[in-house]
Ligand binder design. Structure first.
Ligand SMILES: [Zn+2]
Length: 610
């Protein structure tokens, strides 16, 4: 037999076999039940490089929305309640606008003269208009005012004894304490704070000189400031080269003046009489479009079908970092596999299973993938203000946010105080036994269920706890516990089924906690612990410790409960946050933790919060 003759046939056979196997591979992973393979396919796609972290308003978020909508179509969901057939993917979107920062206009100018010598500087090279600047044109004389700090309570005031009325203030970035991490004046050093101080002192504009160094200075890199509120004053940042020119007749260079201020640590403010300057700033607020993706499954019961059970999960994340990131200076894709590709994958699997089930649920169901959660629950707020089915007919809302890191079978459920039926309903589901369930009554909290709770809708929020990769580029798809996710999604499926058929009203109860809301404002130190958000007293539980962080070096471990931090007793996460604000980077303190019911004293050197 001459093999040669058969080669083309073999090749065709091989190719068709591959095509056949390929088609098996791509089709058979789809299943009407909840499977690990489908969950992981969804997470790997949503948390891929291609989607670039899905920040609200970006192309990546749009691709994610399209993907989710096409899945809803594949399951046979309807785009909205009175639709009678499945539809084009765009019909599954509920678009909304949100403030997405500012954009530089064409007319940003810094011009003027020093005696008869004219200057005209370039935006982007010599100076930069700061994102919170107002858009305006002003001219006037310049007053140099040190660091622009007015801290009378600390006996330091760069505006003391000089008149700024009608003038432009010229100041340095930073503070006289810049080289001392414990320096009390550092907390007055933010550009926003300085702008308010200059405005109060009567300035009509503010110029901030970049910190002088050995090399050519850079313009300040400020993340896009999403807060559309301007500071009410034109504010620009200039290089030290431009500052040298402005200081020409003062007898100083920018670095000699800067060093003098640091050495003396006392104000040295003076008028630059020979200069007339004109500043024009031009910024445009930009709005962006983001989407909720909604799929509807009609109920089958004659009365109950007018009511709806909402299952939701946000699909947006932090894009390339910046605002919201725990590593704000790291420009890298924040994949958000756990936060919240995991919940989105769970949502898709639930939608698929409910839609495929032989008998339709009694109550109708809405599956909502929310956009713009990370920047303030914007998508879910938009939905409850523009609901597809009136909020009064919304039986309950189930939220999945970060369900991909099940550890020791510990599942956290928030919102159990929002209805008296929750505890018994949750326990009536046999899958309950698979978990170490920890509950918290709060219906508020930092995810989309809070928007529904505010509209008096009972909520349940499923979550597997914070970890060291939270809001960092390292929250990747390979770190997800898919087996644990499947268990959680199966459990939620049975709870949602019971909800859909439940014979009585799911009553709403308000359980507003009186706890103060924790805020990191004013905290300058970095520890590297991830707090356990469930515990309410008896210390602050640590769910994870960031590798090589101060906490890690001190020997704090996941599972420890911090009961004392320095001289402060810690009852809960709020005490802890409060205690943090009392310390400075570099402080060495004793931390007392409970580990296996024993008290351990650990020495901790506090790091700097970025
Ligand atoms: Zn998040």
């Amino acid at each position: 037999m001459n093999l040669k003759k058969y080669i083309p046939v073999y090749i065709i056979l091989i190719i068709t076999t591959f095509l056949f196997l390929y088609s098996i591979e791509t089709e058979t992973y789809r299943s009407d039940t909840v499977t690990e393979i489908e969950l992981s396919k969804h997470v790997y796609y949503l948390a891929s490089d291609k989607l670039e972290g899905r920040r609200a308003g970006t192309e990546g978020a749009f691709k994610a929305a399209q993907y989710i909508a096409n899945e809803f179509i594949a399951y046979g969901l309807l785009p909205y309640p009175d639709a009678d057939h499945i539809s084009h993917w765009e019909d599954y979107l509920q678009p909304f606008e949100f403030g997405a920062g500012v954009e530089m206009g064409k007319n940003n100018k810094l011009t003027g003269n020093i005696e008869n010598d004219e200057f005209n500087y370039l935006e982007g090279k010599d100076f930069r208009t700061l994102p919170f600047s107002s858009s305006d044109t002003v001219s006037g004389a310049i007053l140099f005012a040190g660091f622009g700090i007015s801290a009378k309570e600390e006996n330091y005031d760069d505006y003391d004894g000089v008149s700024l009325e009608g003038k432009i203030a010229l100041i340095f970035q930073g503070s006289p304490d810049i080289q001392d991490p414990h320096g009390i004046l550092n907390r007055f050093a933010t550009p926003r704070y300085k702008t308010i101080a200059a405005r109060e002192a009567g300035a009509k504009a503010l110029i901030i000189i970049s910190q002088p160094g050995d090399e050519e200075t850079q313009l300040m890199r400020l993340g896009t400031d999403r807060n559309p509120a301007t500071s009410g004053l034109p504010v620009i940042n200039i290089t030290t080269q431009v500052a040298d020119k402005l200081l020409e007749n003062s007898g100083y260079t920018s670095s000699s003046l800067y060093n003098k201020l640091l050495e003396s640590r006392s104000p040295n403010s003076f008028n630059l009489y020979t200069i007339q300057a004109s500043i024009q700033t031009d910024l445009h607020p930009i709005t962006a479009i983001c989407n909720n993706v909604i799929g509807y499954l009609p109920g089958s019961h004659p009365d109950k079908k007018n009511e709806v059970v909402v299952i939701g999960a946000h699909f947006d994340h932090l894009g390339w970092g910046g605002q919201g990131s725990m590593a704000p200076n790291e420009e890298a894709i924040h994949y958000g596999a756990d936060d919240n590709a995991s919940g989105t994958a769970g949502l898709l699997e639930l939608a698929q299973k409910f839609a495929a089930h032989g008998t339709k649920p009694d109550r109708s169901m809405l599956f909502i993938a929310f956009g713009a959660e990370e920047i303030g629950l914007i998508g879910s707020n938009y939905y409850v203000e523009n609901p597809y089915i009136p909020n009064e007919q919304t039986t309950a809302m189930i939220n999945l946010d970060m369900i991909g890191r099940l550890r020791n079978q510990e599942l956290v459920i928030f919102g159990v105080g929002s209805s008296p039926v929750w505890e018994s309903l949750m326990e009536s589901v046999p899958e309950h036994e698979n978990f170490e369930i920890r509950t918290n009554p709060d219906g508020l909290g930092p995810s989309d269920h809070a928007s529904f709770y505010r509209k008096n809708i009972p909520v349940l929020f499923f979550h597997t706890g914070l970890h060291g990769d939270y809001h960092r580029p390292s929250d990747t798809a390979d770190q997800i516990n898919y087996e644990g996710m499947k268990q959680i999604v199966d459990y939620v499926y049975h709870i949602a089924s019971s909800l859909s058929t439940y014979d009585d009203v799911i009553a709403f109860t308000r359980t507003d906690s009186t706890r103060p809301t924790g805020t990191m404002r004013g905290v300058r130190v970095y520890v590297g612990t991830m707090p356990d958000l469930v515990g309410e007293s008896g210390g602050m539980g640590v769910t994870d410790v960031r590798k090589d962080s101060p906490a890690d070096k001190a020997g704090i471990r996941a599972g420890d409960i911090i009961i004392k931090f320095g001289d402060k007793s810690i009852e809960n996460v709020y005490d802890y946050t409060y205690a943090l604000s009392d310390f400075n980077p570099g402080d060495i303190i004793t931390v007392v933790v409970l580990r296996d019911n024993e008290e351990l004293e650990l020495e901790l050197e506090l790091g700097t919060r970025q």
